[in-house]
Structure formats: C-alpha cells, structure tokens
Write a protein that binds this ligand. Structure first.
Ligand SMILES: [Zn+2]
Length: 496
C-alpha cells in the first residue's frame, strides 16, 4: 500500500551525516522513526530484497518496508534540505575543498581525497564538525582526550558547548591524525606540541583555520581556531567605535587618542576579549585615504580596503619586529602592530610613536595598569613610555541576552528589573545572542604624567585615574540595568 511520506516520520538521527544520507538516497529509501517498536523504512522504488537486507545490516535491526510515493519522498527530501539541517551535509563533504600550496601557487583539492579514505568515519566526523562550526558561529573546536573517552566542544561567543556526545577513546588519535593530515603536520610525532594551519573553500568563501595540538595525560588534545573572513568583513562594515559597544567617557578618550597625529594606544585584555576588534574599528574611523595606514598582524583577521596589511609568517622569518622594520620603508603615518610581546617589537613601536607616528597595539595583560609594567619588564624606558602612550584600554567581551527568551526575575521593582538567560531555538539554547565590549580607559594626560613621575607608587596613581563610574564593573552594570545582560554574566566577566 502506498502512503504519503511526511517529514515527521523520518528518523533524522539516522540521516544526520552526509555519507548516511547519501547511502539512503542512493537506495531510494529513508529510515522512519520506530513505531510499536518496529523499524520501518519507506521507499518509492520496487521492492528489492538486497536493499532490504542491506538496510537490516546497517540498522542492526529487523526492518519492515513501506512503499511511499516518489512525490512525497522528493518533497520530504526538499523539506529536510530547506530546513537547512541534515541533508545539507550530504553536499557539504563534497563542497569542502582544501587549499594546497605548491610551487605554482594555490590549488584546490577535494578534502576527502587528501590522505586517502582509510578512515572514512573519522574523515566524515571532522568534515561535519567543520561545516557545523561555520554554520553556528563557532570560534574554536576543542578536542579533549580523557581516560573515559573524547569530548568535542565548540566555543560559541566565548562559552564552550558539547559538539557531540562523548566519543569512545579510540576515536581520539584517529581524529587528531586526520587534523594533522590536513594541516600538513607530522603524524608520527605525538610527544611534542605542534602548530599548524589549513585553508578551506566552502560555499565560495575561503576560510583559514589554525591548529594547535598538545600532548596531555591521556593523549593529544587539539584546538582548531576558525578564522572566518567573510563574517569579519560583514561585521566590520558597521563597526565604528560606537558600534562595537564603546560609549560615554571611554569612547571620548579613545576617539581623541585615535585621531591624534602621533602617540601610542595600547589595548589590553585576555585572549578573546575583542582587542583586535577595537583596533580595527579605530582604523576604520581614521581610514580617510589621507594617511598611509599599515598593519602587521598575526593573522590578518579583517581585510580593510585601502590599508596595507602584512601577515606575520614566523616560519619564513617574517616576525613582528622584522615586518615592523621593513614597513618603515613604506613611509607609514599610522601603524597597527597586532601584538607587542617581545622587546625588539616593543622598542621599534615605541620609537615610531616618539617620532611622529600613531602606533596602536595590543598587550596581553589583565588590566590597563599592568600594561605599562609589562612593557617596562620587557625593557622599555619608563619615561619614554609615559611620554609616548596616550591611552590604555582594558577590555572584555560580554554576552548579551537573547531577546527572544530572556526572563525577567520575579520580585524586582520595575526600575531595578534584572533578566536571566533561558534558551530557545533562536539562540541554540544558550540564552545569549551576540556580544559587546566593555572597557575601562586610562587617558595619559600631562597631569597624570606629572603625578606618575612624582610618585614612587605608579600603580596606585594609575588605579586612581580610572573613575569608579567608568571601570569595567561599572560598564557591565550599565548593561545589566539596561536589561541587556544577566548578573551571572557580568560576574563571570568582571569578577574573575
Ligand atoms: Zn533565546
């Protein structure tokens, strides 16, 4: 008997992976959800005992065949595709192309063809992780090896979420090997950390990935960082300093320094606090075409029209300091140095700031006060430093509540209302959607310089220069009061 097939009938978990889907579609049938503990499979072709046997082998269960119309089969497939879910991955494996560099430049290769298909399930697993990460705004994929098994997690807007159920321990080394294959790393080396990168073309856009592999107690752990140029470019279009969340007094001080003809602007914060976002927003504000703006970055995360951007390439000897020295020959006015982490880079950057250039950079330090001490510690002269530096920003990224599901806390008076995170389909059950920057700024004025040179305790002087209305906590509390974020989120970000 022929019955129409509907989307609700399909056991989508069984057609989740690309290869799974292809397997079923090739056989003109799809697995249905169990009913009365019986497993049905619906197909539109004539009954074929071989396909029946294959389906039973694949599902490890007794299977009952149901006939369905070809039209309803096609419409269900179409629905699955349009829902953007499972079946889309059927085409994505094939759609992932690895960019391979050879002597003639870049060539595209089908990712499945790299390193052979000896371990097809693991190849498929990694492809699926990558494609999903691009669909879900994942910034990093973490592969963690424990005694009991493997955990794969996605970092989305700063928080980790499980990407899959825990996997059995044997998958770990195979998955890490596969990552090494596509990143061109040494597969047989399992005892020392390795860093690599790979580049893919997916749906017409080129995406860079950075790989870090570290041996831990129960095997190697890997982190794949997703650097999605397209997303960055889109978001940069509307990213002036105001658009990334800066406001009030902080915005005024940063803007003043950014528009000054020379001097140094330093942005600090932990990894993933949006430091380069701030600097790029600053650059897009001053990118009028009248000044020569040059950047040296590791890597170039956002492409900015009209700005000469140099990617650091340590393997080939192009370090921050080497790049900085050579870009001087291009007569720049404003220079962005991705990060100051060594003495040589710090010295050149300081020299440039003291000789009529505007230099912006980031320093890995927890707060604005620590920045100057960090630079002093790597050997810069403190008076020269205090002369050059115009402003020091310390910042964090804070998650914003999803507007579709945030819940007002009971019992709060109207003017004190606070919201908490819930979770819905719009925010992938995280309760949050999007992030913004909170910051505190030290404006290094002549008055502050005088105080610093006259005081034995410059740390206290710097601390006192940040008004309590404008420190990190205060800017987080403003977001809480506006109902844009939750108390647990501001505590997580500002009290740790
Ligand atoms: Zn939501």
């Amino acid at each position: 008997m022929t019955e129409p097939l509907s989307l609700e009938d399909i056991d989508v978990a069984l057609v989740e992976g690309a290869a799974d889907t292809r397997w079923w579609v090739d056989r003109k049938c799809l697995p249905l959800k169990k009913s009365d503990s019986r497993r049905y499979v619906a197909g539109y072709a004539d009954y074929d005992p071989f396909v029946h046997q294959e389906a039973e082998d694949r599902l490890g269960d007794r299977v009952f065949f149901r006939h369905c119309s070809e039209e309803s089969f096609a419409s269900v497939l179409e629905h699955l595709k349009r829902a953007g879910t499972q079946l889309r991955t059927a085409t994505t494996d094939a759609a992932l192309k690895l960019v391979v560099e050879n002597s003639e430049g870049e060539v595209l290769q089908d990712i499945d063809a790299i390193g052979g298909l000896d371990d097809a399930p693991v190849v498929k697993l990694l492809n699926t992780l990558i494609v999903t990460s691009l669909a879900r705004e994942v910034s990093d994929i973490h592969i963690e090896t424990y005694e009991a098994g493997i955990e794969v997690k996605y970092r989305i807007h700063g928080q980790l979420y499980p990407a899959t159920d825990p996997l059995e321990a044997s998958i770990g080394p195979r998955l890490v090997s596969r990552i090494k294959v596509i990143s061109d790393l040494n597969i047989s080396e399992r005892r020392v950390p390795q860093d690599g990168r790979f580049k893919l073309v997916y749906q017409g856009r080129k995406i860079d990935f950075r790989v870090s592999i570290i041996p831990a107690a129960y095997g190697e752990n890997a982190v794949i960082r997703v650097l999605d140029n397209r997303k960055s470019l889109q978001s940069l279009d509307r990213h002036g300093l105001e658009d990334i969340g800066l406001e009030g007094e902080s915005l005024r001080m940063i803007r003043k320094a950014v528009h000054a003809p020379y001097g140094m602007i330093l942005v600090s914060g932990p990894t993933g606090s949006g430091k380069s976002t701030t600097l790029h927003a600053a650059i897009s504000e001053i990118n009028s075409g009248h000044d020569k703006i040059v950047t040296i970055e590791d890597p170039v995360e956002y492409q900015i029209p009209g700005v000469m951007q140099i990617p650091v390439n340590e393997d080939k000897g192009l370090t921050f300091s080497v790049g900085l020295r050579s870009l001087l020959r291009h007569d720049p006015d404003k220079i962005l140095v991705g990060e100051i982490r060594d003495q040589e880079t710090a010295r050149i950057a300081l020299q440039l700031a003291l000789t009529g250039h505007l230099v912006m950079s980031t320093v890995h330090a927890n707060d604005a006060r620590d920045v100057l001490f960090r630079l002093e510690n790597i050997g810069l002269d403190r008076n020269a430093l205090f002369t050059a530096v115009k402003c020091i920003v310390s910042q964090r990224l804070i998650r914003l509540l999803c507007e579709h599901c945030k819940v007002r806390e009971a019992g709060e008076a109207a003017e004190q209302a606070e919201y908490i995170a819930a979770g819905c389909a719009q925010c992938a059950d995280t309760g949050y959607s999007g992030r913004t920057i909170i910051c505190e700024v030290i404006e290094v004025t002549d008055e502050l310089r005088a105080q610093l040179s006259g005081s034995p305790n410059s740390r206290e002087v710097l601390a006192a220069s940040i008004s309590p209305d404008n420190n990190l906590r205060a800017s987080a509390v403003r977001l809480l009061r506006a109902g844009l974020t939750s108390r647990s989120e501001i505590d997580r970000v500002t009290l740790s």
